[in-house]
Ligand binder design. Structure first.
Ligand code: NAD
Length: 530
């Protein structure tokens, strides 16, 4: 470490910028007893920040720490600080100018950190005489509540400087993760497909806003669906982050913004802050409220389940619910209610479905897991395509809401039967279009792929990435360990299916992900969760 942080009183912390983030970081530090010198160009903002901080300190019964807060509108006063965290507006020139001045005012070994979310730390550090003491310290909003801090190294950040800032983050009660200076760091980068793929699904008419949010919440266990989350963040802010990633990577197709994003901005429907985004927020309109999940009711009769590995636990679930599960047609005198195919493309799913379609009476609905294949491929080969529907086998067992796929020739009667069957299992049926990767498998596979690329490109190690996604955006599981528990080979099959259907570079699988699958064992750095 550059200097030990033995007790909070052993260092003086400077914060430049007293807006949303600056005052939040000051509050987080004061709550742990650190003295803070808060600087802003506007005296009025400083006064508001101080009142705001006092309010929150009082709520935590820590108002005695308010006298450790000093305010200044003179940058020179920061010369006494050992660590300065800059939280000024997101503008490269403004930040570079501030760092040139801070570099002159605060003599080494003082450390200079920036809270930028999207600018290059290297570009900020490079204007100073002492770039080795400059790094990123990226807090999440609200800083006093959210536990994650990304500590961002640029190529010349000294290891001791990074260690000191890691220690500071811990001392103010945060969990630091170390990441290299790459666009989006970890969280803003790995989360991109959650929004980007949701826009694609919506833009192609595969599912509605409400369906996508329902499946994310009740199917995947995300705290919020992508559209309600964008309404909270601000659709304009999210668009700017997307565009910045796209530009900084010279047009990486995974980060390409969507026309619907810009259209929302043109309509000034920016989310909660304007009273309307994807949902309305005024009076009795409170945004997205997920639909109720049906109550589980006992079923009866027989269900045929073909061989296949994509829906582990499916037989047990049906048996628990009162069904008799058979593994071959014609074993009993009675006819089964449904035939279910939990096989993937590589498990000869298509041949099996064709065979059973010939054996089974045409009134028995056939449900085919269709995460890695389009339903049209199957429909095309059946004698009785009107009985065919697809389902998301990958998330089926745990999900409270399940994607079901309509085939183009499906009978109304089949839709009603499947709806009733899924509802009896205590799951909400969500009928979507025949789209590659469906909703959740597509979102989670693309999150995994982004995390794998981040590992490949040396942004951070897998465990760090998983931790950052759980703490930074409250994901139910880190994407890499989630993929291991779903089956890395299945995640790869979904990505390859997306690529085969779109022929877009956006859906190319990360080569290290492919290597992990080929090596036939989960990478030992990831512990499967769930
Ligand atoms: P903000 O607009 O709320 O606050 C910026 C403050 O900086 C204002 O009080 C302004 O008066 C002050 N300021 C202007 N020029 C200055 C200068 N030359 N020197 C010092 N202060 C100056 O912005 P914010 O949301 O707090 O964002 C600050 C930084 O934190 C940005 O880099 C942003 O990308 C980053 N960040 C924001 C969030 C977020 O959710 N708001 C989250 C993480 C990181």
């Amino acid at each position: 470490m550059v200097f030990p942080i033995t007790t909070p009183l052993s260092i003086q912390l400077g914060i430049a910028g007293a807006g949303t983030m600056g005052r939040g970081i000051a509050l987080a530090a004061l709550l742990e007893g650190f003295p803070v010198l808060l600087y802003d160009v506007q005296a009025e903002i400083l006064k508001q920040a101080s009142e705001n901080i006092l309010f929150y300190l009082q709520r935590k019964n820590k108002d005695q720490f308010h006298n450790r807060l000093q305010l200044t509108s003179r940058l020179d006063d920061l010369h006494t600080c050992q660590i300065v965290i800059e939280a000024a507006p997101e503008n490269l020139e403004l930040k570079q100018d501030l760092f040139i001045r801070l570099d002159q005012i605060c003599p080494p070994p003082a450390i200079l950190a920036t809270n930028t979310s999207s600018l290059s730390i290297t570009a900020i550090a490079s204007v100073t005489e002492n770039p080795q003491r400059v790094l990123g310290m990226h807090f999440f909003n609200p800083p006093a509540v959210l536990p994650l801090v990304e500590v961002v190294n640029h190529p010349s950040t000294e290891a001791a400087v990074m260690q000191t800032v890691v220690e500071l983050a811990r001392k103010i009660g945060k969990t630091p993760v170390v990441v290299q200076d790459q666009p989006g760091f970890i969280v803003n980068r790995v989360a991109r497909p959650f929004y980007g793929e949701a826009y694609r699904l919506l833009g192609e008419g595969a599912a509605t806003i409400e369906q996508i949010d329902t499946l994310a919440r009740l199917g995947g266990g995300f705290r919020m669906g992508p559209f309600e989350l964008m309404d909270l963040i601000g659709i304009d802010i999210n668009y700017t982050a997307m565009l910045s990633m796209y530009e900084q990577t010279w047009g990486e197709p995974r980060y390409r913004p969507h026309r619907l994003q810009r259209q929302k901005i043109e309509q000034n429907q920016l989310g909660r802050k304007t009273g309307q985004g994807f949902y309305r927020y005024s009076g009795s309109e409170k945004g997205f409220i997920p639909p109720a999940v049906p109550r589980r009711r006992q079923g009866e009769g027989e269900i045929l389940i073909a061989p296949g590995s994509w829906s582990p636990g499916l037989s047990a679930l049906l048996q628990e619910n009162g069904y008799r599960v058979l593994d071959q047609p014609g074993k009993t005198a009675t006819q089964p209610g449904f035939a279910i195919f939990p096989a993937g493309k590589s498990e000869n799913m298509l041949d099996l479905v064709i065979e059973w379609d010939r054996l089974l009476p045409p009134e028995i609905p056939i449900l085919v897991q269709s995460c890695d294949t389009n339903l049209s491929t199957v429909e095309n080969r059946l004698d009785h395509p009107q009985r065919l529907a697809g389902f998301d086998g990958l998330f089926f067992k745990q999900a409270q809401a399940v994607s079901l796929v309509r085939s183009s020739l499906m009978d109304k009667q089949v839709e009603a039967q499947v709806t009733q069957f899924i509802s009896r299992l205590g799951k909400l049926p969500v009928w979507i279009g025949d789209t590659p990767g469906l909703v959740l498998p597509r979102l989670v596979s693309m999150l995994t792929n982004e995390a794998a690329f981040a590992v490949l490109e040396g942004a951070a190690d897998p465990e760090t990435i998983d931790l950052a996604m759980r703490l930074g955006v409250n994901y139910p599981q880190g994407p890499l360990s989630w993929a291991v528990s779903l089956g890395l080979e299945r995640v790869l099959a979904i990505l390859d299916h997306l690529f085969a259907e779109y022929h877009e570079e956006r859906y190319r699988a990360a080569p290290n992900l492919r290597n992990w699958v080929r090596s036939r064992k989960p990478p030992d750095f990831i512990t499967p969760s769930g």
